[in-house]
Design a binder for this molecule. Structure first.
Ligand code: FNR
Length: 187
C-alpha cells in the first residue's frame, strides 16, 4: 500500500532552506511514498473565539491534510532559540480538540535547519515537546539537523549528500513507525 506524507515547513520565506529540504526529500522518495508540501501562509493568528464561530477554512484545510496523511515531516528553522511563532501558531490551531486532534497518534518526524552550526537543535527539542503535548507519535531517532544550511542548499534543493542521506534515514524511520501503526490498528 502507498504511504502519503505531508511536509510542513516552519518558515514562510520564499527561499526557505527548510522548504528546500522538503522539496528535495519529496523528489528523492521511493515510488510508493509521496510527500505533499503544506505551506502555512494562509493560517490566521489563533483565537479561541474562532473555534466556535467563523472557523477559518484555511485551518480546516490544514487539519484535514494532517488527518488524511499517514505521517508528517516537519522541517523548521529556529528563531531566538525557539519555535518560530508562525509555526507554533499553526500547531496550536491543529492541536484542538485537546487529546483528539488530527495529530493524536500521527507518526511525525521533526528536523531543523539553520545557517548556524547548532542547526536549530534547540527549536527541535521544543517542537518535539509541543508535539508530545498533542499526543503525536514523535519519531525520535535519528534526530536530524542541517547546520550551515546556506552552504548546502542551491537552486532550492539540498545538495549535500551526507545531510540528504541522514534525512532519508529519518524518513525510513518514519515509514517504519507508520507501518507499525498500521499493524496495531488493524481491527
Ligand atoms: C533567526 N535565525 C536563527 N538561527 C538559529 O540557528 N538560531 C536562532 O535562534 C535564530 N534566530 C532567528 C530569529 C529570527 C527572527 C530570524 C528571522 C532568524 C536565523 C535562521 O536560522 C535563518 O534565517 C534561516 O534561514 C531561517 O530558515 P529558512 O527561512 O531558511 O527556512
Amino acid at each position: 500500500a502507498s504511504i502519503r506524507l505531508i511536509g510542513i515547513p516552519g518558515s514562510l520565506r520564499r527561499h526557505s532552506y527548510c522548504t528546500a529540504i522538503l522539496r528535495t526529500l519529496r523528489d528523492e522518495l521511493l515510488e510508493h511514498v509521496t510527500l505533499d508540501i503544506f505551506e502555512l501562509g494562509q493560517i490566521p493568528l489563533f483565537n479561541e473565539d474562532h473555534e466556535t464561530e467563523d472557523f477559518p477554512s484555511s485551518v480546516q484545510t490544514f487539519k484535514d491534510a494532517v488527518a488524511q496523511c499517514d505521517g508528517v515531516v516537519i522541517v523548521s528553522p529556529e528563531y531566538n532559540y525557539g519555535i518560530p511563532g508562525v509555526f507554533k501558531n499553526a500547531l496550536d490551531w491543529a492541536s484542538r480538540p485537546m487529546n483528539a486532534s488530527p495529530f493524536a497518534g500521527k507518526p511525525t518526524l521533526v528536523m531543523t535547519a539553520s545557517p548556524a552550526f547548532t542547526g536549530g537543535v534547540r527549536a527541535q527539542v521544543q517542537i518535539a515537546e509541543t508535539l508530545r503535548a498533542m499526543l503525536a507519535h514523535v519519531v525520535s531517532s535519528p534526530q536530524v539537523v542541517v547546520p550551515a544550511a546556506h552552504t548546502k542548499i542551491e537552486d532550492g534543493r539540498l545538495k549535500d549528500p551526507v545531510s540528504l542521506d541522514f534525512a532519508m534515514k529519518a524518513i525510513d524511520a518514519l515509514v517504519v513507525a507508520i507501518k507499525e501503526r498500521r499493524l496495531i490498528t488493524v481491527d
